[in-house]
Design a binder for this molecule. Structure first.
Ligand code: FAD
Ligand code: SIN
Length: 534
């Protein structure tokens, strides 16, 4: 049993920001699945949206967020996050984050920050570190963590399940007491107890066959919270990024929306600019619209991909502004200064998640959720580009402050039992685990993708029910492995996505259903909320 004041699951921007805030107040454990930098954050390209220029305003950023969110955002949450953004950005810079700058000097002689543009934004407002913003954020935050006493990081540790008073059979309010965690290298399950547990486990892109997300993104936080009895909402709103590199050897490589922000245009394989007829913002329309237009073009023409063309820009500009995209594409034989980039949409971001208020509070006492794992109401039915890093920064900071004023649990931790696991091992079964992984990801891609129908959703639901039963009844006889834990989680999250999609009798934002092609005003302000009865 390991005992801490704060247990943080995840070492992306949300988990690290929270840790740095609370470390002066108590002992902090950060539990993370792989090495400490491996996270969605580490791969973020475009940047962080925040109002920092005189030409911009909070009102415009709020308006753009609400418009992208297709009527489902919580306006008070949007305002709080937008308005607190600049202060959090200033702190990040103070910690050592290096954003790209322009040649221009401001009144005090310092260089001005370079502002990028992305889909759905009416102004240039994206702070970035060339096209590797996330890598620079992780570097800066991890460096700050290493200078801060009181924080211990447990790498290669996979959280399995939350420990709650209700699961232990206690009556009264349901309270989180910590988590069971699988230590991959030690091959054992460790009990972590803490009065405050934070889910900062990120998103669930790996539920889909094609995704921009790295392997860690298996929706573990949402699945754990659901099993513990927390409310989960809006899981149907899976954001497909319009432009993932299409190449047989490239796994999950994103071509940032910032490329379109700098003038890149989407074209069919025969060179037609198809977005002109779709939206006034053309290739820079909100993501749901662009992804659907690409999907429709590909279906119409039978092509495997479309193209993103930025060759009209000077080569020097492209190489300096997008060094990572340029070099990566070159490794695959594509010189983006001379030829268009083949691209396809891929699952990118989970707009729904564990229901929280703007301070990260969930409906389980002692449990907070921040970052992509949470559903605060900022994104509504479709996230505005580069608003997620902003949300993670602001909400992790607020959640940390919130914990300073709450009454900590006095639960006697000796009452927490050790983890019980099955003993069977059978190498033959590993092939079944791999098969089920593939089956879930493929059926989600084929039946629960960019364009949905009720029939396909129902087919997915019945197949997922069988898979979940197999996983539950059969696999838990076996010893714990990371693959098995993740399989259970992607099955749970896939089922939640399908269930939420079936609950919503309309098309709105990212949930496009051919059986209900229009939005339904009765659902304009309704979240699709699911909760397990324990
Ligand atoms: P993450 O950064 O994903 O961190 C999750 C952490 O939890 C990881 O450390 C992981 O190992 C750990 N974890 C997960 N499950 C477990 C478990 N069971 N046990 C222990 N640890 C666990 N957003 C923007 O705003 N701007 C961008 O430019 C941008 N670009 C993007 C580009 C790409 C390619 C991708 C994939 C996403 C991008 N996003 C962008 C989205 C953004 O990066 C994420 O939403 C954000 O980084 C999420 O941060 P987080 O801290 O919530 O989660
Ligand atoms: C990108 O760079 O296109 C990703 C931005 C985001 O997901 O917000």
């Amino acid at each position: 049993m390991k005992q801490f004041d704060y247990l943080i699951l995840g070492s992306g921007i949300a988990g690290l920001t929270f840790a740095l805030q609370v470390a002066p107040r108590g002992r902090v454990a950060i539990v993370t699945k792989k090495d400490r930098a491996e996270s969605n954050t580490n791969y973020a390209q475009g940047g962080i949206a925040a109002v920092t220029s005189k030409e911009d305003s909070f009102e415009l950023h709020v308006r753009d967020t609400l418009e992208a969110g297709a009527g489902l955002c919580k306006e008070s949450v949007v305002r709080t996050i937008v308005e607190e953004g600049p202060a959090r950005i200033a702190e990040l810079i103070e910690l050592g984050m290096r954003f790209s700058e322009t040649e221009q000097r401001s009144e005090d002689g310092s260089r001005e920050l370079d502002l990028g543009r992305e889909g759905g934004h009416s102004k240039r407002r994206i702070l970035h570190a060339k096209d590797v913003t996330g890598r620079e954020i992780e570097r800066a935050l991890l460096a700050a963590v290493s200078r801060t006493p009181n924080i211990e990081i447990f790498e290669n540790h996979v959280a399995i399940d939350l420990i709650t008073s209700q699961k232990l059979g206690y009556v009264g309010e349901n309270r989180c007491l910590g988590a069971y965690v699988f230590d991959k290298k030690g091959n054992r399950v460790v009990t972590f107890s803490a009065p405050i547990t934070v889910l900062a486990t990120g998103g669930c892109g790996k539920v889909y066959l094609y995704t921009t997300n790295p392997d860690i993104a298996t929706g573990d936080g949402v699945a754990m919270a659901y099993r513990a009895g927390a409310s989960i909402a809006n899981m149907e709103f899976v954001q497909f990024h319009p432009t993932c590199l299409y190449h047989p050897k490239a796994k999950s490589f994103l071509i940032s929306e910032a490329v379109r922000g700098e003038g890149g245009t989407l074209k069919t394989l025969d060179g037609k600019e198809f977005m002109d007829a779709v939206h006034p913002m053309k290739s820079l329309a909100p993501r749901d619209i662009v992804a659907r237009a690409i999907d429709s073009e590909m279906k119409k023409t039978g092509a495997d991909c479309v193209q993103l063309d930025i060759t009209h820009k000077p080569a020097k500009f492209i190489i300096e502004r997008f060094p990572n995209i340029y070099q990566t594409c070159l490794r695959y034989g594509i010189d983006i200064t001379k030829e268009p980039i083949p691209v396809v949409p891929a699952a990118h971001y989970q707009c729904g998640g564990v229901v929280t208020n703007v301070d990260g509070g969930t409906d389980i006492a002692g449990l907070f959720a921040v970052g992509e794992a949470a559903c605060t109401g900022l994104h509504g039915a479709n996230r505005l580009a580069s608003n997620s890093l902003l949300e993670a920064l602001v909400c992790a900071h607020r959640a940390a402050e919130k914990t300073f004023n709450i009454q900590h649990s006095t639960f006697n931790i000796q009452q927490i039992p050790v983890w019980q696991s099955g003993n069977a091992t059978n190498a033959d079964e590993l092939v079944v685990v791999a098969h089920n992984w593939d089956e879930i990801r493929r059926l989600m891609w084929d039946y629960v993708g960019i364009v949905r129908t009720n029939k396909r959703l129902q087919r997915a639901q019945s197949r997922l029910a069988n898979l979940q039963q197999e996983i539950q009844e059969y696999y838990w006889n076996f010893i714990v492995t990371a693959d098995l834990l993740e399989l259970r989680n992607i099955a749970t999250v896939a089922e939640l996505i399908v269930r939420c999609a079936l609950m919503r009798p309309e098309s709105r934002g990212l949930n496009y259903n051919l059986d209900f092609p229009d939005s339904n005003p009765d659902w304009a302000q309704r979240d699709s909320v699911v909760r397990k009865t324990i």
